[in-house]
Design a protein around this ligand. Sequence first.
Ligand code: ATP
Ligand code: MG
Length: 579
Amino acid sequence: MKETKLENNRETTSLDFIRTIIEEDIKNNKNQGRVHTRFPPEPNGYLHIGHAKSICLNFKLAAQYGGLCNLRFDDTNPSKEEAEYVSSIKEDVRWLGFDWEDREYYASDYFEKLHEYAVQLIKMNKAFICDLNADEIREHRGTLTEPGKESPYRNRSVEESLSLFEKMRAGKFPDGSRTLRAKIDMAAPNLNMRDPVIYRILHATHHRTGDKWCIYPMYDWAHGQSDSLEGITHSICTLEFEDHRPLYDWFIQQLDIFPSRQIEFARLNLTYTILSKRKLLRLVDEGHMAGWNDPRMPTISGLRRRGYTPESIRDFCNRIGLAKRESMVEIELLEHCLREDMNKRALRVMAVLRPLKIIIDNYPEGKVEELDAENNPEDSSMGTRKIPFSREIYIELDDFHLDPPKKFFRLSPGREVRLKHAYYIKCTDVVKDKNTGEIKELHCSYDPETRGGWSKDGRKVRGTLHWVSAAPAIRAEVRLYDKLFIKKDPADTMEGEDFISCINPESLTTLESCLIEPSLARAAPGCRYQFLRKGYFCVDPNSTPNKLVFNRTVSLRDTWARVQKAMKKKRLLKGIQNA
Ligand code: ATP
Ligand code: MG
């Protein structure tokens, strides 16, 4: 494979099949070498990580080949919520780092033009008004193995169709009573070519055109022509539109308008995730999620709230590449891209999620030392900060074991461990609740000769624990997330089964009494940190200095290498079986 350097973002991408087509077109001076793409969302939901793939592709192609990319809302389907979706889509595309400048378009801007095209088609005797209802049209349609039947209205005169179309527009007929259909071929092997409906009657208020229209173009009639009107050279879409391409090309030919070239690629599917707006809407509407931006949602707004960076999402989209066949991408890859990015940028701090109190008996009461702590071992330019140390501290409850199993190197009675950035401590006593037997607090001694966490006599300890000083620690709520679904492919359900039943009951764990080091007292929403040994965290948008809330973006354990290894093994085994 050839390698191309992207001038704008210094990323290296191999020449995939779409870039091969574009470079060939440029070489042949097709469209005077112009490259113009678009991202065409339907404003009927929030964008998800699958859309991010399409956004990155379209905007990056334009940037790479000195072209332009439009943002076009395919709003042919009037519905009340659309305005909210439009603004969320714009916010998400911008956040991902792309700019459509002044090229914000709406299919609804073209309603007049699309209507004109329809009249033109009727006049050419290539479209007719059909009085069959939706069920009857379906019955006439035939199947993959049987040809369809022609509508009894197919041969009505051009004049009659024109006059009926005018009356349709004027609101003389009820919803669903008539349609405008293209006159192509009821025996065509491609069902999309069997006299498809191109206009329907729908007395509904549109978010932009209000009550101006009571007939609306079908998506198939609007999409290709919108591309053409915008001079889109390469109209990139997902595979499900492959069978629609002949229809779009037929429309373009009949109307003799600018021929956009449609190219299909495989949509992104992600393990343990659902990428369908209709299904995501159910998660929200039925109250399974707190909203479209619930940090468990695979939406761009959910990922943002969870703490994902635009850079990590773009990196992911870059790495998964382009294919012509559907496949499933492991969610571990997305998390891996995130960890790589966070590792570079996140400030290391200490937070104790499930606190266990320690009293250091030989440390003077009332004394507070300010110890130096590095902010990021990956980047010394991020400097150091001071953290307070005192007689009472907290460690993580599961960093102590009364009766430690073999490979447990953390704290236990009589054992010495290192407190990160601080001292060696040794557990001298365990205080239990008289009634429940639960461990209440530990008593320890510290070695003043180990300041900074290093012993002068070369004495080694196996465990290093994070901790916070009791008095100045700040209380915070921490939300831990796990996979949203327990099934690798939640869309692949058995009959009668619903993807809702695959929701992971442990996808959210809320810990309300976590203790954070005081340097985070003013942590603003959106700030990202690594809590040592606990993962990467992001301050929730609803967090306030009085009630700090952190979302765990991702844990520290990178499982991508393991997943890759397992995949390789599977492939090898398959190879052996096939041999
Ligand atoms: P959904 O299936 O989630 O409802 P959609 O295709 O109906 O998605 P659109 O708003 O029509 O959503 O999509 C806008 C663009 O994003 C289209 O060009 C579509 O092909 C692309 N797209 C949608 N889902 C994916 C995906 N999973 N992977 C890649 N591209 C996608
Ligand atoms: Mg769609």
